[in-house]
Design a protein around this ligand. Structure first.
Ligand code: NAP
Length: 548
């Protein structure tokens, strides 16, 4: 359904496009939300998307080696059986280009693109209490007005580009992995410096090293990594995944992280040292995030975690030939999986190449970028032609706070969240009626295989809007006391795990200077969270104010 155009309003929204629902972002979340609201509920709905195509994170993150860490048969929508049956993934982990093809296929299959405005970056969204409408404006000055505003902006879409003195003076090229040029970057014959060793840097380094003349990896925090063991999928597996789609969906929806495997029901202390080693060896050989599921207490019990950490450190020592480099790579200062654990294809092996060097910038921090390269505090200058910033994102709150969102009484979201994000269920913010935040802070989101929490939120929001319309409810708004309690619960859930022990993690906002340190995702598990949300609905939207 397309928007109608309204005359001037009291808010000054001249020639605004008038809609029931406006969705910001055309990634996994926005596409499904459009389908759910437009095709199932019959609402007039529109997506505004900053990029020139669908895909969200997969539209922007085109860096070398970009690939998902969730296994392909689980990194997909499960809301349509037909869709599951007609799409076939080619590899164990889907690459960026294949995911983008998949999302384009979904958009075309459900005829979504006609209601997506591409190249439309939202700059402001203001709530008009008198009209009970959201007034939205894009960078190009286009105006929209809608009853419901749904942010589908992703958790990891605001690039964190470090403010290093002298960057402007660099004579070569520099790139952030999350804003990668569509035409690609030719590293042939170049001296490349890569800053950052999170999931992104760990994926990119081996691929860059393959074509660059030289690669210098600037590591601030050493990281665990497990081999992905990516490979083309066997025909039998493809067949099995389709035949067992319902079972796979059930498993994903019943596990804490939304992955298609269950966590072993045993403690790391239940087995002998030799058995434990054999279990870790088997998980290492199998590869992937399933390693974390070897024992049920790896994220709760430090002594249990230490066994996994020691195993993974020993693997670095076995792979990396130069003992000094191996020691730097294995000097990991946080428990295993308290930062999002990367999985890799030949990451540690890359440091055995003659054209790769590791610089420990915890010991000697980067001081400045010079016209010729990167200079560290000890005065060493590393000559570079290209700098790659694999430095992550202003996660979860960043994409929302980049827009000027104002709720009741003109209060901005930035002010409301000065001390950190305060949401109810990660779905709504007190003072911001009819605003829904898909996988917002305070929801399980990034601790999960993302399509699972996304499908849950999209369906919860669509059901909520349907209920509102059927019952003549004009406005839904989280109660401040419900949000207060939820924030406490989110903190308690994090504190029941080892997760807060990685003091510099982006889960805590610690990677962005000046950002309040608050553990943002809900660590109580997706299955438990799903039950909580269902319970809230069963109690007539307990914790929300519903106004006729
Ligand atoms: P990240 O995990 O935040 O890693 C950023 C890296 O840059 C860290 O090593 C960080 O060091 C370093 N860094 C940041 N600022 C720096 C500075 N000023 N000087 C030196 N080093 C600096 O970001 P990411 O690797 O892009 O990953 C973010 C998340 O995206 C992942 O955790 C994951 O959830 C998702 N992701 C998923 C996939 C996948 O599924 N395959 C791939 C990529 C990303 P510190 O640790 O010291 O801060």
């Amino acid at each position: 359904m397309s928007a109608t155009t309204a005359p001037a309003s009291a808010h000054g929204a001249t020639d605004a496009h008038v809609l029931d629902a406006l969705i910001i972002g055309a990634g996994f979340s926005g596409l499904y939300q459009l389908h759910a609201l437009r095709d199932r509920l019959g609402l007039s709905a529109q997506v505004l998307e900053a990029g020139d195509g669908v895909g969200g994170t997969w539209y922007w993150n085109r860096y070398p080696g970009a690939r998902c860490d969730s296994e392909s048969h689980s990194y997909a929508y499960y809301f349509s059986d037909e869709l599951v049956q007609e799409w076939t993934w080619s590899e164990r982990y889907p690459g960026q280009a294949e995911i983008l093809r998949y999302l384009n296929h979904v958009a075309d299959r459900f005829d979504l693109k006609r209601d997506i405005r591409f190249g439309a970056r939202v700059t402001e969204a203001h709530y008009d209490a008198a009209a009970n409408r959201w007034h939205v404006r894009t960078e190009a000055g286009e105006r929209y007005t809608a009853t419901y505003l749904i942010t589908a902006v992703g958790c990891l879409s605001a690039a964190n580009i470090p403010q290093i003195p002298g960057l402007d003076s660099f004579a070569g090229q520099w790139y952030h992995t999350g804003q990668w040029p569509h035409e690609g970057v030719d590293f042939t014959g170049k001296r490349v410096g890569m800053v950052g060793t999170g999931s992104t840097g760990i994926q990119a380094a081996p691929v860059i090293a393959d074509s660059a003349a030289h690669l210098t990896v600037f590591q601030r925090t050493a990281n665990y990594s497990i081999p992905a063991r990516n490979a083309p999928l066997a025909e039998e597996f493809k067949h099995w995944a389709k035949q067992n789609a319902s079972e796979i969906k059930r498993t994903m929806r019943s596990t804490p992280n939304g992955h298609p495997f269950v966590i072993a029901d045993r403690s790391a202390h239940d087995v002998s040292e030799a058995e434990r080693r054999a279990i870790y060896e088997a998980a290492w050989e199998k590869g992937g995030l399933q390693f974390r599921a070897s024992f049920r207490d790896l994220l709760q019990d430090k002594a249990a975690n230490d066994t996994a950490a020691a195993f993974l450190r020993s693997k670095i020592g076995e792979i990396v030939k130069d003992p000094a480099t191996a020691a730097k790579l294995a000097a990991i200062d946080h428990p295993f999986a308290t930062k999002r654990p990367p999985i890799d294809t030949g990451y540690f092996e890359t440091f055995n190449r003659d054209n790769v060097a590791l610089v420990d910038v915890r010991a000697t921090p980067i001081e400045r970028v010079t016209p010729a390269g990167i200079q560290t505090r000890d005065g060493t200058e590393y000559p570079l032609d290209i700098i790659v910033f694999a430095t992550g994102f202003d996660a979860m709150t960043g994409p929302l706070l980049k827009m000027d969102i104002r709720g009741r009484d003109d209060v901005s979201l930035r002010d409301a969240w000065q001390a950190g994000p305060r949401t109810y269920l990660g779905l709504q913010v007190p003072g911001f009626p009819n605003l829904f935040t898909i996988t917002g802070p305070g929801s399980p989101s990034v601790l999960c295989n993302m399509p699972v929490p996304i499908e849950h939120h999209v369906e919860w929001i669509a059901d909520c809007i349907r209920t509102m319309r059927e019952n003549g409810i004009a406005r839904i708004e989280a109660k401040p006391e419900a949000a207060e309690k939820w924030v406490e619960h989110v903190n308690d859930a994090a504190n029941a795990t080892l997760l807060p022990q990685a003091g510099h993690s982006w889960y805590l906002g610690a990677n962005v200077p000046g950002k309040p340190r608050v553990f943002m995702p809900y660590a109580g598990g997706m299955a438990r969270y799903r039950d909580i949300c269902a319970d809230v609905v069963a109690r007539n939207y307990e914790g929300f104010s519903l106004t006729r």
